[in-house]
Write a protein that binds this ligand. Structure first.
Ligand SMILES: Cc1ncc(COP(=O)(O)O)c(C=O)c1O
Length: 389
């Protein structure tokens, strides 16, 4: 060992998903493993024009800028959140390099080694990675087809006094499940009652294919205990690395300080280019187009699973998002089956990775946004053959 790294470096594990993705690059592989949008649906022409517009006028697009972010973009985000029932002003919005950075900044502000973070079981792996890197411990709460169990949630807050709560209530990564509206109201109330900051991570909200929108948890939050995070990754493109966090004054001031120390600000050109795209191009039509195509892919995958999977498997049927979650019979191990699956040229993510305190061995995550319907059909057939054996 050449270097004496800090203790927390031991806790930084390479994301198991990235390891799987490395072996899924071969051309004949059908991968349901990643969480990627469909690149053929990226609004390349619109983005090109919007960035050209940004570059053709003001040299300030290449200059350092303020940490909080480009004011017109923050105002756009405010009006977007207001349509979802969130009351905020531009001063409540910090632009970040994706919502992933917002997660890192929030965790940096709250978590000392050994502090508890309350999470859903299962939870988004990228968030677990961040919490681990700050030496957090986890209390994980069971979920059902309507999201987190509110009684278990309150009991856990009372017993473990978490420093932070982390929820992805809408079309959750990894299960696709959406937290019911009454439970949203309840968890917002409990965060306020016990004075625990609750992170609402909401990047999939607009990818709804069926049913009516459910208001964000933040819209039920009368006393500023809910920290809301949004992202342009799923509705425009993840490579832009553009997201935001919305919260109240004192926490916002600290987040700005934390971001200053991390990267000064999010790229000026990206903020201005995306802002141009949002106001001068038809983002609504673009979102309609991706919703139509992802909805179709979801339907094809579900129909194929209905036809091919044995009756003793169960799976989620989400109204939106990018993922389905499969539960195999008790005793099955999706992790050890993966090697065989990869040999048969189909990949998924074993569910156990999303359980911070163990469990979920008989579960797996399937992504449907990144494969064409033809590939989805073929891939589910391969999977059905393998998993049934
Ligand atoms: C629940 C959740 N939160 C955050 C992120 C990170 O998104 P961003 O690209 O905005 O950093 C992802 C990405 O897959 C996600 O699934």
């Amino acid at each position: 060992m050449k270097y004496q790294f800090a203790e927390r470096v031991d806790l930084m594990k390479s994301s198991a998903i990235r390891e799987i993705l490395k072996v899924t690059q071969e051309p004949d592989m059908i991968s349901f493993a990643g969480g990627l949008p469909a690149p053929e649906l990226f609004p390349l022409a619109g983005i090109r024009e919007a960035f050209q517009e940004a570059l053709s006028s003001d040299p300030a697009v290449l200059q350092y800028s303020n940490t909080e972010g480009f004011l017109p973009l923050r105002e756009y985000i405010v009006s977007k959140m207001q349509q979802d029932g969130i009351n905020a002003r531009a001063e409540n919005v910090l632009i970040t390099n994706g919502s992933q950075q917002a997660l890192d900044l929030i965790t940096k502000l709250f978590i000392n080694p050994g502090d508890i973070v309350l999470v859903e079981k299962p939870s988004y792996l990228g968030a677990l990675q961040v919490f681990r890197s700050y030496q957090a411990k986890f209390v994980d709460i069971a979920t059902d087809y309507e999201g987190i169990n509110v009684d278990a949630f309150e009991l856990a807050i009372k017993e473990y006094h978490p420093k932070l709560i982390y929820l992805t209530p809408t079309f959750k990564n990894p299960t696709g499940v959406t937290l019911a509206a009454d439970r949203r109201r309840a968890v917002a109330g409990l965060a306020a009652k016990y004075k625990v900051p609750l992170i609402e991570d909401d990047p999939y909200r607009e990818l709804r294919y069926y049913g009516d929108p459910v208001p964000p948890i933040k819209s039920f939050d009368g006393s500023d205990w809910v920290i809301y995070m949004g992202s342009f990754s799923k509705i425009i493109a993840p490579g832009l690395r553009l997201g935001w966090v919305a919260t109240e004054g004192e926490l916002m001031d600290k987040l700005v300080l934390a971001k200053q120390g991390t990267d000064l600000h999010t790229g000026t050109l990206v903020q201005r280019g995306v802002y141009n795209y949002l106001v001068n191009h038809n983002i609504k039509a673009h979102i309609e187009a991706i919703r139509a195509e992802y909805g179709r892919r979801r339907d094809v995958m579900l129909q194929q699973m209905d036809e091919q999977f044995p009756k003793n498997f169960s799976w989620t049927k989400p109204d939106g998002g990018m993922f389905l979650w499969v539960t195999l019979p008790e005793g099955a191990n999706s992790g050890s089956l993966l090697k065989q699956a990869i040999k048969e040229k189909v990949a998924y993510v074993p569910g156990a990775m999303f359980f911070p305190n163990g469990g979920g061995l008989n579960t797996l995550r399937l992504n449907f946004s990144n494969s064409t319907p033809v590939k989805i059909k073929a891939g589910i057939q391969r999977l059905a053959r393998l998993l049934t054996e």
